[in-house]
Design a protein around this ligand. Sequence first.
Ligand code: ASP
Ligand code: MG
Length: 421
Amino acid sequence: MKVFKFGGASVNSVERIKNLGKIVKQYKDEKLLIVISAMGKTTNALEKVAEAFFQGKKDEALQLFDQVKQQHLNVAKSLLVTEYFPCAVQLKNFFTEMEWLVHDKPVRDYDYYYDQVVCIGELLSTSLISYYLVEAGIAIKWLDVRDIIRTDDNFRDATIDWEYTRSKAQSVISPLFDDSNIVLTQGFIGSTDENESTTLGREGSDYTAAIFANIMNAESVTIWKDVQSVMNADPKKFPDAQPISELNYNEVIEMAYYGAQVIHPKTIKPLQNKSIPLFVKCFLEPSLPGTIIHNKSLQKQLPAIIVLKENQAMLEMSSKDFSFVGERHVGVLYHLFEKLKIKPNLTQNGAISFLCVLDDRPEKIERLAIEASELFDVSVVKELSLLTIRHYNKQLFEKMTEGKKVLLRQQTNETIQALIQ
Ligand code: ASP
Ligand code: MG
């Protein structure tokens, strides 16, 4: 069995859904578990619905939700003929569920409501697509993934209950494949043991694909994307970016750690543990080779991999009495990072000061600065970029930092990082 994952951009229009159908048809003799995200920017739109509802603006929430409804019904109308009616019934059932929720007043915390609202996006997109595939003559089974993926109640970033999920997946999904080659379900969402919907964190559909691949011992996972393959740099920032045809999990973990948006970082472990290969393929041109990510050592030498993180802030924390910054100081700081859920992108310890580079999220930086000010004098520099090059060479590094003010630099044999003003 193979797992396919299609992201929001791949199901964003009538044409794209038809294209998904074409791709799936080419694999009609294989067992496929297909995981799909919400259409286009639906998740963002639903976030706005949840916010309005939580702020007590019920009418605004309903109005915003109406746009989501119309958009899905419009796609259904253009896409479907014979299956339009049953599809509209299914969509409307989800609409009603949501409208009931929004009619109440919020009594629980925001993250709970966020998940109850946002999960609809994936349920709507997969419903639409399942009716389309049926109408196109492709037999499938649609599954509400919330019946399978069990999580804790850490809403918006729920943790998987692997044991329950494994046994449920095996008992429910395996028999579905006896009757049909294709099982279609939602990424990103799950549910608690009290049937509350949960989500796995933004962009979490990749992770869902990896969970199923691990549990069902899939032969591979394919993530269908808008890009031709994984690239050695973000082509929007670096027009010379080149495709990478082969990577291994260790390299992808490193890339993700330094901030490359390759695939959702949680995706890697479940695949690596079972040595399941991951293909990244181009949705619009499936004949392109794409990228294969596996567990073996690499045949070819990798090109330099460039990650540029913008919007960085550097905090300099100096001991108040000019004493050395020792274990005690550093220990306190790391406790603060943990408490405030801050992940520094780079740190450096000097004699009387400690430097750390963070994503510039003003509320977090302010809290960190206030709490650290008991032990340190704190100063902040903003509007910085953090450049990371893996497999670097000196010339490339010099070219990329030419004419720029480098405030801080760190390097190992594999990786060089520079903080640029
Ligand atoms: N629809 C969700 C999001 O936009 C999950 C995903 O796309 O993977 O974050
Ligand atoms: Mg997405």
